[in-house]
Design a protein around this ligand. Structure first.
Ligand code: AHR
Length: 332
C-alpha cells in the first residue's frame, strides 16, 4: 500500500489500454505491493439490477493488474454497516474511500473521521447533505431530479389533452436517498401543476421487486373494485417489475390501453419489457461509473483537483426508440 505517496513509477508504468474494454489505463508491468492504490469501497447492497451493474463496473476498473487493491464492502442496505466499513477503512489506512451513500443524512462523525485521517472520500451514485460539502473530495453520479423531470415532461405531454382525472400510484425508493428525493420531488411538482392528476397511493418499495410486489398487492386489495389506474410511477426498474406482477395478478393491463408504467434505470430487462409494450417509459440512470471514479482518482494522483460533481449522460426510452439488437448490445 502506498498511503497517498504518488508513485512516479506507477504513473510511468501506466499505459493506455486498447483491449481492456474500459477506457483508461492499464499497467504495463505487474505493480508491486507498495505501488497498489488501496481503495475502500462501501456499496449500499445488491437491492437492484442497477446496483449489481454498478458494483461490477467498480470491480472491473479497480483490479490489481490496473494498479489498485479494492476492499469491497456490501452494506446489505444498512447505513450502520456503511459507517462500520468506513471506520475499518480508516484503521486500515486506505488511500481512498469510495462511498455510495444509502441516504443523504447521518454521516457527520464518520466523514469527519475520514477527513481528520486525511483520506479523500469520493461519493458515487447518490449524494450526502449539503452541510457535509467540505468533507468529501468529489461526487460522481446522476442528477436524479433531472431524471424525474424527464419523466414528468413525458407524462404531461402524453396526458396534455385529458380533462378527466388521471389516477396515479407512486412507488418510492429507499427513503432519504438522493434517488428517491429527486424522483419524488419531480412527480410531486407535476401533481401540483396538473389539477386533474389524483394520487391514489404513495407506497414504499425500497427499490426492490419483492417489497414493491407486496406493497402493491396490499394497495390494490384496498382500492375500490374496478378503480381506474392510469400511471404507476416506479422509482426504479425492480419496483416496476414488482408492480407489473401485482397489477397483472389483479386483472390490470400494463401498456397501451392500460396502465402507463414509468421506470428509472433502463437496465436490459426493463428495456425488454418496454419493447414488449409493458413499460411505457424507461428513464436511464447509468450505473457504469467505475471509469469516471478512476478519472477522479488519477486526477488526485497527479496532484490535480477533480470537478466536485461529475454527472453521467442519460436519456429516456419508449418502445419506438428500441430494438432487440440495441438491447442485446447494452452493457447493463
Ligand atoms: O441510486 C441509484 C438507484 O439505486 C437506482 O435507481 C436503483 O435501482 C438503485 O437501487
Amino acid at each position: 500500500m502506498r498511503r497517498r505517496v504518488i508513485g512516479a513509477a506507477l504513473a510511468a508504468g501506466l499505459l493506455l489500454s486498447a483491449c481492456s474494454g474500459i477506457s483508461g489505463r492499464m499497467r504495463a508491468d505487474a505493480p508491486t505491493e507498495e505501488e497498489l492504490i488501496v481503495i475502500g469501497l462501501s456499496q449500499v447492497g445488491a437491492e437492484s439490477d442497477w446496483r449489481v451493474a454498478n458494483s461490477e463496473s467498480m470491480k472491473a476498473v479497480f483490479t490489481e493488474d490496473r494498479g489498485y487493491r479494492l476492499l469491497f464492502d456490501d452494506a446489505r442496505q444498512k447505513q450502520e454497516n456503511q459507517i462500520s466499513a468506513i471506520r475499518k477503512f480508516i484503521q486500515q489506512q486506505v488511500d481512498y474511500i469510495v462511498l455510495m451513500p444509502i441516504s443523504e443524512t447521518g454521516w457527520d462523525s464518520v466523514l469527519q473521521e475520514a477527513w481528520r485521517a486525511g483520506i479523500p472520500v469520493i461519493l458515487v451514485d447518490r449524494m450526502v447533505d449539503k452541510s457535509y460539502d467540505n468533507l468529501y473530495t468529489a461526487h460522481v453520479g446522476s442528477d436524479f431530479l433531472q431524471e424525474g423531470k424527464l419523466a414528468a415532461d413525458w407524462m404531461e405531454t402524453r396526458r396534455r389533452d385529458e380533462e378527466g382525472p388521471v389516477y396515479v400510484i407512486h412507488i418510492q425508493g429507499t427513503q432519504g436517498s438522493t434517488a428517491q428525493l429527486g424522483r419524488t420531488r419531480a412527480l410531486e411538482a407535476a401533481l401540483e401543476r396538473n389539477g386533474n392528476w389524483t394520487l391514489l397511493a404513495q407506497l414504499d418499495g425500497d427499490f426492490t421487486q419483492a417489497k414493491t410486489y407486496e406493497a402493491m398487492t396490499v394497495c390494490l386489495g384496498e382500492l375500490p373494485p374496478g378503480q381506474e389506474i392510469d400511471i404507476v410511477y416506479c422509482e426504479n426498474d425492480n419496483e416496476a417489475f414488482g408492480a407489473i406482477q401485482a397489477l397483472e395478478e389483479n386483472g390490470y393491463i400494463c401498456g397501451e390501453g392500460g396502465v402507463d408504467i414509468i421506470s428509472f434505470d433502463a437496465t436490459r430487462n426493463c428495456l425488454t419489457s418496454c419493447l414488449e409494450g409493458k413499460i411505457a417509459l424507461a428513464v436511464e440512470c447509468n450505473p457504469l461509473l467505475g471509469p469516471k471514479v478512476e478519472e477522479v482518482i488519477q486526477t488526485l494522483e497527479a496532484g490535480g483537483t477533480p470537478d466536485k460533481h461529475t454527472y453521467a449522460e442519460e436519456q429516456c426510452f419508449t418502445r419506438e426508440d428500441l430494438s432487440e439488437s440495441f438491447i442485446a448490445e447494452r452493457k447493463y
